[in-house]
Design a protein around this ligand. Structure first.
Ligand code: ADP
Ligand code: MG
Length: 257
């Protein structure tokens, strides 16, 4: 059975892309077939995984707007079990171009439905907004993974995200679940980080992953080398924690069956 997980939070810089790339890479090294879908016009996942945007023939834009079959847009990454659908800056127009189109909220769902059985996990890296691209992602997904940065305003804006999730559950995707809440960029040297963890756990309770992602320089360096942490520095703390997260995701998956 395949599972589609949207990595979403309308705040930028909370670790969505870092999580999509590295959780995807770690799940793939644990033997799962993984597809990462970049649906952020910035295309950070695409370049972070080493794909040159200039060489992209079809991107997620063509799937959403031009009815290109998703198979035509899938590209290889350096890792055998990891493939991706890239995004280019072309996607920036999609948010507006989708507005007058038929079935504008369910285009990604329909399209991923054509290929989902070829993968164990499909991770969608959402843009930092709650517009039609994120709505398409939440509609296509079985669950949503919410990264939260361990900072002072951690919970600010989350009610808007949760409200959007509720609206999607009500009108577009009744089976959408919260996969988990991931605390990112934790700094053990500050009391603030610990306070944020407590606050988030109070709010989301058992939905919060045991694995907390610390600040790790190697994680921030890896994308500029076009690599996931698993190939860039497999011995780093960053690689260790994302592997731990991947195992946690798999554990919940098995428990749910
Ligand atoms: P988002 O996709 O939510 O905008 P990113 O994953 O791009 O967030 O992360 C924002 C920035 O923080 C990036 O430069 C990224 O490399 C860096 N970053 C993310 N997670 C970590 C981490 N655990 N440690 C250090 N830097 C990180
Ligand atoms: Mg991003």
């Amino acid at each position: 059975m395949s599972k589609i997980i949207a990595v979403a939070n309308q705040k930028g810089g909370v670790g969505k892309t870092t999580t999509a790339v590295n959780l995807g890479a770690c799940l793939s090294t644990l033997g799962r077939k993984v597809l990462i879908v970049d649906i952020d016009p910035q295309g950070n996942t695409t370049s972070g995984i080493g794909i040159s945007k200039a060489d992209v023939e079809y991107c997620i834009y063509d799937i959403l707007i031009n009815d290109v079959h998703p198979k035509q847009a899938i590209v290889e990454t350096g890792l055998p079990n990891l493939k991706m659908i890239p995004a280019t800056i072309q996607l920036a127009g999609a948010e507006i171009e989708l507005v007058p189109t038929i079935s504008r909220e369910i285009r990604l769902k329909k399209s991923l439905g054509l290929i989902r059985n070829e993968f164990d996990y499909i991770l969608i890296d959402c843009p930092p907004s709650l517009g039609l691209l994120t709505i398409n992602s939440l509609t296509a997904a079985d669950s949503v993974l919410i990264p939260i940065q361990c900072e002072f305003y951690a919970l600010e804006g989350l009610s808007q995200l949760l409200n959007t999730i509720r609206l999607v559950q009500k009108h577009l995707n009744t089976s959408l679940q919260i996969e988990g809440v991931l605390l990112t960029m934790f700094d053990a040297r500050t009391n603030l980080g610990i306070q944020v963890i407590e606050e988030v756990k109070k709010y989301f309770q058992q939905k919060v992953y045991q694995t907390v992602i610390p600040r790790n320089v190697r994680l921030s360096e890896a994308p500029s080398h076009g690599q996931s942490i698993i190939t860039y520095d497999p011995k780093s703390k960053g690689a260790e924690v994302y592997l731990e997260l991947a195992k946690e995701v798999l554990t919940y998956e098995q428990a749910a069956r």
